[in-house]
Design a protein around this ligand. Sequence first.
Ligand SMILES: [Zn+2]
Ligand SMILES: [Zn+2]
Length: 234
Amino acid sequence: MAELLAAAGRGTVALLYPPRCFLCDAPIPEPNPLCGPCLEGLERFRGGLCSVCGIPVPPGIDLCRDCAVEPRPFTYARAIGPHRGTLRALILGLKYEGEYALARVLADLLTDMFPAGTELIAFVPPDPARRKRRHAAELLARELSRRVGVPVGPVLVKTRSTPPQVSLAREERRENVRGAFAARTRGRGERVVLVDDVYTTGSTVSDCATALVGAGFGEVIVLTAARTTPDDED
Ligand SMILES: [Zn+2]
Ligand SMILES: [Zn+2]
């Protein structure tokens, strides 16, 4: 009898507390992190993007000013959308609130952008001093791997701890991470997709791409959940 009551109690609890949307708290039928309207409202990049770094550019323009003067060690970079609003909230939830289910939502959206012919998924590795926390880039890479059927490998390592990029200006960011990443294995010309949570100036992914190409991997394509734009720079 006690067991029956306990079971009934659990059922009641489940009815009183259905799963709720991570963002707006609306009850949702499935244990899905987001409700339909919140997912619909997620701002995605549309229209003209720099063909290399993926930042929005005016119609008729192919390259942003930075990419026009500076070669990049990756073929191109793309993100789901700008680093603000819903997308930013999802990334913060994944990184700092332990809402790992949010990686599934982001990986679903990244799957649409996954380039054909990719043989390996790599991710920007964690800082050695901050390695204990679950790592957003790796969670995204693993969820993406499950969806596209391409293996993910910890092929990159960060060789020294650096201050968080978010605290630094553009030039400082470049110096901060220069030479901080290395490949752990040799490549044989494979096309690699490199995953990170946010693309800001591109310093981190550029250093990772340089390490991959230097180790014999083929072209590197960067996919990030979000990208900062001049409108939403922190
Ligand atoms: Zn919602
Ligand atoms: Zn560009």
